[in-house]
Design a protein around this ligand. Structure first.
Ligand code: PLP
Length: 393
């Protein structure tokens, strides 16, 4: 019998995809399911972006592109970062990736091995921990606390750094909490990191357009002291409602760029050519679709938070970013994962249990409000009826 490497006993996955499959299976059986589980905008990709991909195919862009992406797209990314954050990035530092996830995969692969520590947010995007475990590195959770507005704490993060720490993963606006880390806290963290020049940072900023209540996103590229060890993860999936296109980008410092290029050549050769032309149209074209999508998320955010706070045993802090609410369900008497699965099976509402995002996720569930207000209100009603009639399992 063949023998695979032990790392596959340690790799995890993303339960949101399992819940999506179950929700779809129940729908196929005729059940009426409201899906607040998966993290993807419920909007179509704007037409002018779709048209750019169609045109690219008609124009004959059917072949390989450079492994790092077509130059015009890398230039558009650099110009967009300059326009939004006044940072100077050379197109030569930008690599086009097949989505946001491959940047975390590659960067964790570059730093993870037995004996190395990698710090990651808990609760946080599950792939961070999964990939850290895959490499054999030690996953060191950075607690993300409700009492801190689900921002990361500079002090707590810095205390966890040791000479074994190779990589620190940051994510703001955050999945699953919707937390946004304020500039004062980022400033403190970056100042503290000056004591640890050998620690690389991977900043996952995939929700950078989605902040509310006047909160402004802080791009880590703005800090000169980090530039030679900062990996920026970003992409089109959330901002332009393009999750299925598989289009993302990374900004890699120094020699990491060439490592990433080689990984790309070994792995996927290049990103789908028409998707890259669509990416140019997205960045250089009108941004009104992005603005109206974010405004709509903001309206739904208020509906979901107000509705959750009326449910027995549930309290929900107001998220400042992304499109998730992360209510505290501790006082319902339910364990978070049992609540999520019973709500799906019995009440037809798909949500994700907090423990799917880390140990500190117990006592919470994640709701994505990337669904219509009508469906959100219906889901809240169903949750209320369920909690009133059903004893905790
Ligand atoms: N990073 C975070 C924090 C996310 O929530 C997601 C998607 O849910 C990703 C990265 C991955 O994005 P993509 O679909 O472009 O791979």
């Amino acid at each position: 019998m063949f023998r695979t490497i032990a790392a596959f006993d340690r790799i995890g996955e993303e339960n949101a995809f399992t819940v999506l499959a179950r929700a779809n299976a129940l729908t196929a059986q005729g059940r009426d399911i409201i899906n607040l589980g998966i993290g993807q905008p419920d909007f179509r990709t704007p037409d002018h972006i779709v048209e750019a991909a169609v045109k690219a195919l008609r124009d004959g862009h059917h072949g390989y592109t450079p492994a790092t992406g077509i130059p015009a797209l890398r230039e558009a990314v650099a110009a967009d970062l300059h326009k939004r954050f006044a940072v100077n990035v050379s197109p030569d530092e930008v690599m086009i990736m097949p989505g946001g996830k491959p940047t975390m995969f590659m960067s964790i692969l570059m730093f993870g091995e037995p004996g190395a520590d990698i710090l990651y947010p808990d609760p946080g995007f599950p792939i961070y921990r999964s990939m850290i475990e895959f490499t054999g590195a030690r996953p060191v959770p950075v607690p993300i606390r409700e009492e801190n507005g689900f921002a990361f704490s500079a002090e707590e993060t810095l205390k966890l750094i040791t000479p074994q720490t190779r990589l620190l993963i940051l994510n703001s606006p955050a999945n699953p909490t919707g937390g946004v880390t304020p500039k004062t806290e980022v400033d403190k963290l970056v100042a503290g990191l000056e004591q640890w020049p050998d620690v690389a940072v991977m900043s996952d900023e995939i929700y950078d357009h989605m902040t509310y209540d006047g909160e402004r996103h802080v791009c880590l590229l703005s800090y000169p002291s980090l530039r030679d060890r900062l990996i920026l993860l970003n992409g089109w999936s959330k901002t332009y409602a393009m999750t299925g296109w598989r289009l993302g980008y990374a900004v890699w410092p120094g020699k990491l760029y060439d490592y990433a290029r080689k990984l790309a050549v070994n792995l996927h050769s290049c990103v789908n050519a028409p998707a890259q032309y669509a990416g140019i149209a997205a960045l250089t074209g009108p941004q009104d679709a992005v603005r109206s999508m974010v405004a709509e998320f903001d309206r739904r955010r208020k509906v979901v938070v107000a509705g959750l706070n009326k449910l027995p045993g549930i309290t929900c802090a107001t998220p400042k970013g992304a499109f998730y609410a992360f209510p505290n369900v501790g006082k319902t008497g339910w364990k978070a994962k049992a609540l999520a699965s019973s709500l799906l099976e019995e009440a037809g509402v798909a949500i994700i249990g907090g423990p799917d995002f880390g140990i500190l996720g117990e006592g919470y569930v994640r709701l994505s409000y990337a669904n219509s207000t009508e469906n959100i209100l219906k889901a809240l009603d169903r949750m209320g009826d369920f909690l009133a009639s059903r004893k905790a399992a």
